[in-house]
Design a protein around this ligand. Structure first.
Ligand code: CP
Length: 312
């Protein structure tokens, strides 16, 4: 199974092709009963994952940890970046950190505020490295989030081909870029981006999307509201103190009057005010289901990069 990956690392959704994504989905489906605690398997017994998080996380870190524990593996990591030598005043280099980590763990999940740091770690590390989110803006990526987002679409629609997705909010967010690049691996996908002009895709990502042949248009939501299969929303990189979001880029129940009955609304979370709580109780809302898929998808990735996916 491992040889289905071009390399042992998962650093960018760009490096996975459609067949590999579909392989991850197949393994994910097999592991779903374990993710929801209905069955137990010691598939990763004796394996250790190091979680190197230099930036805050709730879902990604906890779901990686849950995935390891539920598969019988173990996890180590520092409580926060500030108590590691790479994150405190010493500023230990990523190269030196990589050389240490490979003695302590069999795989690494790394999040960093700077684009490219998980790749840099992987260059000096003898164990698989999974990018758990790096940076913001050009080349920022969150490939495991994109995989769980794609899996959620696949699970509900039975396919990703022929899907019309509205990307709503900030195209510079790493989750947005990874999902768009992941969607571009499939056939006849349409992307309608509803965003302020200042928050369009970074040039490199836009070029990559255009090159892939995916149909990408910048449009106002109301023009495509009745046609979309999926809305994927995340607001600009702001703190709560910097709110509110402009009304045009806030989604609430009233704006969904024209939506298809089968519309799915996804959000990687956490949300601010771009997605009103009155959407939560609608049939469209799938964003509290995504974190569960996050456990199963990360289980699949861990078993694949650790060479254990053929053992069950
Ligand atoms: N979706 C996501 O990456 O969430 P966290 O920042 O909580 O990990």
């Amino acid at each position: 199974m491992l040889k289905a990956f071009k390399g042992r690392d998962v650093l960018s959704i760009k490096e996975l092709d459609r067949q590999q994504i579909e392989l991850i989905f197949r393994v994910t489906k097999k592991l779903e009963p374990i993710a929801i605690g209905r069955s137990q398997r010691q598939i990763l017994k004796n394996s250790i994952l190091a979680t190197l998080f230099f930036q805050a996380s709730t879902r990604t870190r906890l779901s990686f940890e849950s995935a390891m524990h539920r598969l019988g593996g173990a996890v180590l990591g520092f409580a926060n970046a500030g108590v590691s030598r790479a994150g405190d005043v010493y500023g230990e280099t990523i190269d030196d950190t990589a050389r240490m980590i490979q003695f302590y763990a069999d795989a690494v999940a790394m999040r960093h505020p700077t684009v490219g740091l998980p790749r840099k770690l992987a260059e000096s590390c003898n164990v698989p490295v999974i990018n758990a989110g790096d940076g913001y803006g050009e080349s920022a990526e969150h490939p495991t989030q994109a995989l769980l987002d794609l899996f959620t679409i696949f699970k509900h629609r039975g396919k990703i081909d022929d899907t019309h997705v509205i990307l709503w909010g900030d195209m510079n967010q790493r989750t947005m870029q990874s999902l768009a690049l992941g969607l571009a691996k499939f056939e006849r996908v349409k992307i309608s981006a509803h965003c302020p002009d200042s928050l369009r895709f970074p040039p490199g990502t836009e070029e990559e999307l255009r090159r892939s042949g995916v149909e990408l248009n910048y449009v106002s939501f109301e023009k495509v509201a009745a046609k979309a299969d999926v809305i994927y929303i995340i607001g600009p990189k702001k703190t709560r103190a910097e709110l509110p979001t402009e009304p045009e880029f806030k989604l609430n129940r009233a704006r969904l009057a024209q939506a298809k009955r089968s519309l799915m609304i996804l959000h990687p979370l956490p949300r601010l005010d771009e997605l009103a709580p009155d959407v939560d109780a609608t049939t469209y809302s799938k964003y509290f289901e995504q974190p569960l898929h996050g456990v199963a998808v990360r289980m699949a990735l861990l078993t694949l990069v650790l060479g254990k996916a053929s053992s069950f």
